[in-house]
Design a protein around this ligand. Sequence first.
Ligand code: FAD
Length: 461
Amino acid sequence: TSVLMPPSTSFVAAGPTPPPSSRRVAVIGAGASGLVAARELRREGHRVVVFERGAAAGGTWVYTPAAESDPLSVDPRREIVHTSLYDSLRTNLPRECMSFIDYPFSSCLSPAGGDPRRFPVHSEVLRYLQDFARDFDLYGLVRFQTKVERVERDRDGRWQVRSKRTGDPGEQSEVFDGVVVCNGHYSEPRIADIPGIHTWPGKQFHSHNYRVPEPFTDKVVVIIGNSASAFDISREIARYAREVHISSRSEPDEPSRKQPAYDNMWLHSTIAGTHKDGTVVFKDGSCIHVDVIMHCSGYKYDFPFLETNNIVTVDDNRVGPLYKHIFPPLLAPSLAFIGLPWKVAPFPLFELQSKWVAGVLSGRIAHPTVKEMMDDVKAWYSEIKAAGWPKRYTHNLSNNQFPYNNWLAEQCGHPPVEEWRQLMYVATSKNRIARPENYRDEWDDGHLIPLAEEDFQKFLG
Ligand code: FAD
């Protein structure tokens, strides 16, 4: 699309740039974004500590069959499970496209016992990320099983980070020059508001706690949402359940449609209400007796540890104000967020964001004035409004990810991102619509694979 292009402001330092300086930087999280941030920060000469509350690197890709004790994830006393993966998950992007720019996720590198397919299972992605951590010697930077409890600025403008190691009685407090937040945004569920739900007697889940389809055998299931998780989970459950009814915000209030290739799955408009007798009534007029409602309604950005005196807020899933989805103007460059954009190919985007943050933090790359950054943020908000997008789409980049990535690359003196990445991303999005049931195994963009492999050769020396 031509709307919603990120403003193309480019900032050049006035006068000679001072020599880059090394900062002490805390990175929160050792998922894909925290790992690549750690690598880039260290490459820039910063001293890095990565805090990771889990026991392994890889973030959301560290699968566990365990789900949270509250299947809806609303009980504040519940034990948090970070991952939202389900057992059968295969990637929804081809591996070439997922790959970091300079660290190939190539099928020819998959070891025996791995999954060499183009859209591999989740364990293959975890292996890739853990290989990345090993090959760039990042493990020594990570403090595992150490949860960041609190991040706040002290009087000198440095950051106090309080953390707690599992099993230790007390917290540890340390001071850093910079904090890079990489805590992921697929762990804190968003739940749709449904009239009558509090007295509806059925069972409710959020997709965050979905792992396997067997418990849904012979049930009548309503799936709320129609994006990536809803797409996969509805199809998987339909093989076991008696009936699956998908409720989608984008469906008109017209009679429900049977899904092609299924005799037990229907697409409906939104839910009008739920009732004590167990029925669910859709705005399309249909009324169904339902056993389970599965909320595939997405996630909230959540930074429970961060205290910024309201300089950074989350409002209807808009984290702001953030210059280029990364720096809060009033706290730049000492506070940065990596990984907020969605509807993107995440890993290469995280890599470019991290390179920029590392360079800006050292002073090698100039950052604009607070006013310039605020103006840029406001311009972005105006474009979103003009396009009729809700606030919660602030970090939805879709096709804007390509100019965004290239803007970041330019700031860093990095060549533009290879064209095959954009072509492959777009081809995959189209293929997902054209072949919803088998886009992971049949495609028309095979001619782009050799271009990716050729590009990867540069990094396989
Ligand atoms: P995460 O991977 O979530 O990592 C965040 C880390 O921060 C975690 O390890 C967590 O333990 C840690 N943490 C959080 N809070 C604290 C704290 N207070 N203290 C210390 N540590 C903390 N992307 C693709 O490219 N292809 C796909 O096919 C794909 N499929 C997906 C399917 C699902 C179901 C989901 C949920 C996501 C999918 N993604 C996919 C997107 C995926 O989220 C990104 O690929 C990427 O893994 C995000 O990395 P991250 O580092 O930003 O966050």
